[in-house]
Every structure is written in C-alpha cells, then in structure tokens.
Design a protein around this ligand. Structure first.
Ligand code: ATP
Length: 229
C-alpha cells in the first residue's frame, strides 16, 4: 500500500495484448511527474482506453512495468491502486439513491458542507436548491437530469473522493454551451494538484496539457507539449 502517494507515474517498455498473438501496446514508455496533466489523443482503436486500463491494473502486462511513485504496480493490489485514482468516465455512473449519496459514494466522514462546497465548485448547487427535495432528491428514472448535470454530479463525486490521481475521459456527447463551459471549468478545478490522464477531445485540454501522448496502433507516435508538436 502506498501511503501519502505523490502521483509520479512511469511506463517502462510496456507490452500488452488482450490476446497473446496480437500485441496492442508494443513498447510504450513515458514518465509523468506528480501533478502533471497528460492528454492522450489518437483515433478510435488506437489504444487510449487500453493504456488507462493498464494503469488501473485491470489486466496483467505481457512485458515491461508501470511504476507509481517508483513502486511497480504488480506489487500493489487492485484495491490499493483504485484508492489512488478517481475516475470521471464518459458513461456517467449514478445509482438509485439521493443526490447526496451519489456524491459521497464510498468516502467516509463527509459532511453536508463538503458536499455543498463540491456542488458549488462544479456549479450545481443553485440548480439542486431549486429541486423540491434538494440534496435528498432521489436519482431514479423519474429524476429529470440532463446528461451534463449527471456528469457534473460525477465530477463533484471525484472532488469529494480527492485521490492524488485522476483519469478523465472527456465526454463527446452533446451538451448545451453553458453546461459545456460548466463541465470544462469543473474539470479544470478537479485536475489541480492531481496527476491527470485525460482522454482528450477538446483542443483547450490539449493546449493546457504538460504532456501530450499521440497514440496510433498502440504506440505513442509523438510526445511533447502543444508548442513542441
Ligand atoms: P476509442 O477512442 O474508440 O475509445 P481507444 O483508442 O480507446 O478507442 P482501445 O479501446 O484502447 O482504443 O482499443 C485498442 C484496440 O484494442 C482496438 O483494436 C480494440 O479492438 C482492442 N480491444 C479493446 N478492448 C478489448 C477487449 N476487451 N478485448 C479484446 N480487444 C480489445
């Protein structure tokens, strides 16, 4: 278990295939310092999600190693690793419970003030206050939340979780311009101080990244920042 993880991440000569006879990631190396933002770009099927899956240790590597703060992830349990990351994925995952429950999720000792602060930070607080049940509104089929609002709830959840590292898959689904701006601002706040791996679809994310990984057929074909590429 890594206590007080900083969030340095290094991939060294990583090889991986879902099947032995077809390597998807062929010889992948990169280093991210704690707190950096890494934008992962590339066409569909180029291996962006696979890279993130490997970082989360959802699969075993066929070669090479991934290190978090210098510790090989093969020496960490999946539970250890999952504690180090918060994830905001495209398919927003909410469960049938109140808005508050959905934001607190598995975190212990969270106060109402903290939940409210997270919702203010993502720009959801005033909307939630307009609901008759406020934070006690149950998110079931009848709850009329937009795709954007659902995503903002998962961002508030990640803020409460406050893990040192972040995996973010930028949504491509269409939301209105105002919500898009809210989501963008909320994600920007969320990444502050966290090592962030962002599967990027927005040019602004790519421009602001410390490191851009351009993937093609499972390999980085270019790395650098926006000025260098
Ligand atoms: P997208 O932008 O569409 O999400 P991606 O860059 O994230 O694409 P990956 O999902 O990492 O790409 O896929 C890389 C390759 O691995 C593809 O050829 C895909 O078919 C294959 N692949 C992905 N998941 C699996 C799986 N569970 N089993 C077998 N092959 C897979």
């Amino acid at each position: 278990k890594l206590d007080n993880a900083k969030g340095d991440v290094e991939f060294k000569h990583v090889r991986f295939g879902y099947n032995e006879d077809r390597m998807i990631i062929k010889d992948f190396s990169m280093k991210a310092e704690a707190g950096q933002k890494i934008a992962i770009v590339g066409p569909t099927g180029s291996g962006k999600t696979t890279l993130v899956n490997l970082l989360m240790r959802f699969y075993e590597l066929n070669g090479g190693e991934i290190y978090i703060d210098g510790t090989p992830i093969s020496q960490l349990t999946r539970a250890n690793i999952h504690e180090l990351f918060c994830m905001v994925l495209q398919d927003t995952w909410l469960f049938e419970g109140t808005i508050r429950d959905n934001i607190v999720f598995s975190k212990e000792h969270v106060t109402d003030e903290q939940v409210e602060a997270a919702c203010r930070a993502v720009g959801l607080h005033s909307f939630i206050k307009t609901l008759p049940q406020g934070y006690d509104t149950v998110l079931d089929d009848k709850a009329n939340l937009s795709a954007g609002q659902k995503q903002l709830i998962t961002i508030a959840r990640a803020m409460i979780e406050d893990a040192p590292m972040l995996i973010l898959d930028e949504a491509t689904s269409s939301v209105d311009t105002r919500t898009e701006l809210l989501i963008q601002q909320a994600m920007d706040r969320l990444t502050v101080g966290k090592t962030s791996f962002v599967i990027a679809h927005r040019l602004s994310t790519i421009k602001n990244a410390d490191l851009i990984l351009v993937m093609k057929d499972g390999n980085i074909i270019e790395t650098g920042n926006h000025e260098e590429l």
